[in-house]
Design a protein around this ligand. Structure first.
Ligand code: EPZ
Length: 419
């Protein structure tokens, strides 16, 4: 098991460069299955989710090389074999193979997807859409079988603008017969990034990034190319750390529009930062006003930044209100923050956070990826030593996080107890 040991209260200065987006690349890789040609993906982060997806591609017969952030995927020998639980259960995004294998072969067999335990996380929108596209789905206790003799276009309206369902239907629809319309689609930037790859392969996807996407089915696809967008959640996490410990800390390779909701909230609360092109320079704020935060779909405040931001809210001068609206179980980090000295009252998906409270280093646990980020921020502002266990969660979504932070002045050790 891996753990982090953090010596807190180190000022941070220098530059942190943001990596490619996890929630984009985990969709881009399975989407390449749609072509028997070659795809080149640039700015690919070296995170555990990517390593698992490479293994899944190789299980399907794909030839993959990964060097210097460039992933080259050659699918000329790909075969439609079942995606086993061994890999599928390790990450949520394994469900993107449903869309790509169905789109390419009209048939797929996949074990249930995994992912962070932050709520029930059903995939009913995905399954309903595939059924409407003419797919027969059999749920064999732990794995799904999909069969669609002819995948046909669909006109679908999502009850909730789901990121995963929007991308999965988009992927399945590019080779389907006719024109698909996705209404009340999610608008997250990762969706536009996937559409860019699909269109580079010869697909006809229009309107990605808006709430209505149209996909005209085509007969086949060719080689593809895409640059993975910078990770807005990683960027937001470093901005939060900079507001608490920065000394002109530079965060580069950021698409600032993608984190506008966070930047506006911080500005309203009195945090000062400078934006130049794709770089944010930020320093510790001596006084931070309390905030009212309600997580929602893009371009609103992202649920994935809720947990790291809640650590910052413990340092605001007064009472902050926090509400999580996407997942029903995403406050599991709160007891650990309170154990470190915070004053948070949590009720289901809401929390009242009284600040400022000095935090003290303690032994805590990362219950999921972004809870891990909340614990990391807490350990960095706490006095003394913090030990965070279950850190595998954090490493799934933040490339070289210990190196990046130590390079700008943090004091963090990554201990692998197996070694
Ligand atoms: C993606 O998850 C991200 N994961 C999540 O990031 C992120 O929190 C989420 O989008 C919201 O932004 C990846 O991209 C791999 P949804 P996804 O479908 O696609 C409900 C992280 O920390 N819903 O947009 O699974 C669902 O329960 C992770 O990086 C249904 O009811 O999220 C949720 O309440 C965590 N039925 C809401 O919609 C469905 O079929 C939004 O989920 C699908 C979703």
């Amino acid at each position: 098991m891996k753990k982090l040991i953090i010596e807190g209260q180190r000022k941070l200065s220098g530059e942190v460069k943001i990596s490619g987006a996890k929630n984009s690349v985990v969709a881009l890789i399975p989407a390449t299955i749609l072509t028997s040609g070659k795809c080149v993906l640039e700015h690919v982060p070296d995170i555990s989710d990517v390593r698992i997806l490479i293994k899944m591609m190789e299980q399907l017969g794909s030839h993959v090389t990964f060097e210097n952030e460039v992933l080259t995927i050659d699918n000329k020998d790909v075969k439609n074999v079942p995606i086993t639980e061994e890999y599928a259960s390790k990450l949520r995004a394994s469900y993107y193979f449903m869309g790509s294998l169905l789109g390419k072969y009209g048939k797929a067999e996949i074990a249930y997807p995994g992912g962070c335990i932050i709520g029930s996380r059903p995939i009913d929108f995905h399954l309903k859409s595939f059924r409407k596209m003419g797919t027969e789905i059999t749920d064999n206790d732990g794995r799904y079988e999909f069969v669609a003799p002819t995948l046909k276009a669909v006109d679908i309206f999502f009850d909730v603008p789901s990121v995963g369902a929007t991308i999965n239907v988009m992927i399945a629809a590019v080779l389907a017969k006719g024109t698909t319309i996705i209404r009340n689609a999610a608008r997250e930037p990762e969706i536009t990034n996937v559409a860019t790859l699909l269109n580079s392969m010869g697909a006809k996807v229009h309107g990605a990034g808006t709430d209505q996407i149209t996909i005209e089915g085509v007969k086949e696809l060719g080689d593809g190319y895409v640059e993975v967008i910078p990770d807005r959640i990683e960027a937001g996490t470093y901005v939060i750390i900079g507001a608490l410990l920065g000394d002109n800390l530079k965060i580069s390779n950021v698409v600032t529009d993608h984190i506008a909701s966070l930047l506006y909230k911080l500005k309203e609360a009195g945090v000062k930062y400078k934006v130049e092109d794709n770089t944010i320079t930020i320093s510790k704020a001596n006084h931070i006003e309390p905030m009212t935060i309600k997580t929602t779909v893009y371009p609103g405040f992202p649920t994935d930044l809720g947990q790291p931001l809640s650590t910052l809210l413990t340092q605001c001068d007064g009472e902050s209100l926090f509400e999580e609206t996407i997942y029903e179980n995403r406050l599991r980090h709160v007891p650990y923050l309170n154990n470190m000295g915070a004053n948070i009252k949590a009720f289901d998906t809401k929390a009242i956070i009284e600040g400022p409270t000095p935090l003290k280093g303690k032994k805590v646990k990362a219950t999921d990826l972004r809870a891990g980020a909340s614990m990391l921020v807490a350990g960095m502002i706490a006095s003394g030593t913090t030990e965070i266990t279950n850190i595998e969660h954090l490493l799934r979504g933040y490339e070289r996080i210990v190196d990046k932070l130590n390079k700008v002045g943090a004091n963090i050790q990554l201990i692998d107890e197996e070694e």
